[in-house]
Ligand binder design. Structure first.
Ligand code: ADP
Ligand code: MG
Length: 269
């Protein structure tokens, strides 16, 4: 296999659904037969917990922290990757809380995740990175390593400011590293259709992102229960009406990254 498609799930605002969207998009890609590597880059380790790997969070070194901050320990990443029923996972660890300051001192501070992924990425169709809720070194590493971003946001007016901050930051990274970061889509999450403001925000986001796909995920108990069970909602509840949204995102990503069904492509070419 060649280079995998790489994508980070980012929004510096906490609680908007980065981890939820990342896990469920990964699950949807897996359901389409894609080999996915999921990287939990958030020192809080929510994804690690939501994928049922809390023991990895408390594991002794070497952990993701060592592989990310010490070039001599980069190779240890192969022992850190865990198997989940839907995907492979690079779990976060309690030590990752020290990664921000440590990376500030590092040479090529924004490139360490990219160099780390070089060690393991060849086995996968996709690498999905779940970002922490701030615009720090870890986020920069995720943006540089993937150069593709999927943005979850709540259907609230506070999201407008969050988009502004995120795009300012993405622009700064593009200039700093002379790269282009592609926005692959916005996922409006936890929509409560009983709230008027939600529909207004969905319309605002659709107008603001006219050349980027916008998906709508509603508030669902099954989505929360799936996370508590350590799997995607597609795996947990095949009947959940939001599964088709995550599967649609996965199909669209396959298209955007040119990983669509080869036969179909030939027919339409
Ligand atoms: N569509 C949804 N329906 C129900 N609960 C959701 C949904 N999306 C997220 N949640 C819940 O909201 C909380 C925050 O989501 P999370 O994905 O952890 O956000 P972030 O990673 O951006 O901080 C979690 O408890 C999660 O279970
Ligand atoms: Mg999170």
């Amino acid at each position: 296999m060649g280079e995998p498609a790489k994508l980070c799930v980012s929004n510096q605002k906490g609680g908007v659904g980065k981890t939820t969207v990342a896990i469920n998009v990964a699950g949807a890609l897996a359901a389409r037969g894609r080999d996915v590597l999921f990287v939990d880059l958030d020192p809080q380790g929510n994804a690690t917990e939501n994928l049922g790997m809390m023991d990895a969070y408390d594991e002794e070194p070497p952990t993701l922290f060592d592989c990310l901050t010490d070039p001599e320990q980069r190779g240890a990443i192969t022992d850190i990757v865990r198997e989940h029923e839907e995907m492979d996972v690079v779990p976060s660890n309690i030590d990752m809380t020290a990664a921000e300051p440590e990376l500030t001192l590092a040479r090529r501070s924004g490139e360490q995740l990219d160099l780390l992924l070089d060690e393991i990425e060849d086995d996968y169709d996709y690498v999905l990175v779940d970002c922490p809720p701030n615009l720090g070194n870890l986020m920069d590493n995720a943006l540089y390593a993937t150069q593709n971003v999927l943005i979850p946001a709540l259907a609230e007016s506070t999201s407008k400011r969050a988009f502004e901050l995120l795009f300012d930051h993405v622009e700064a990274i593009e200039l700093d590293y002379d790269i282009e970061v592609h926005e692959r889509g916005v996922v409006v999450n936890r929509i409560d259709v009983r709230k008027n403001q939600a529909q207004e925000m969905v319309e605002w986001i659709n107008a603001a992102f006219d050349d980027v796909p916008v998906w709508e995920v509603r508030e669902r108990a099954a989505i929360q229960k799936a996370l508590a069970e350590g799997v995607s909602v597609i795996e947990y509840d095949p009947e959940c009406d939001m599964n088709e949204v995550f599967l649609d995102i996965a199909a669209n990503l396959d298209d955007q990254f040119g990983l669509g069904d080869a036969e179909t492509e030939e027919v339409t070419a």
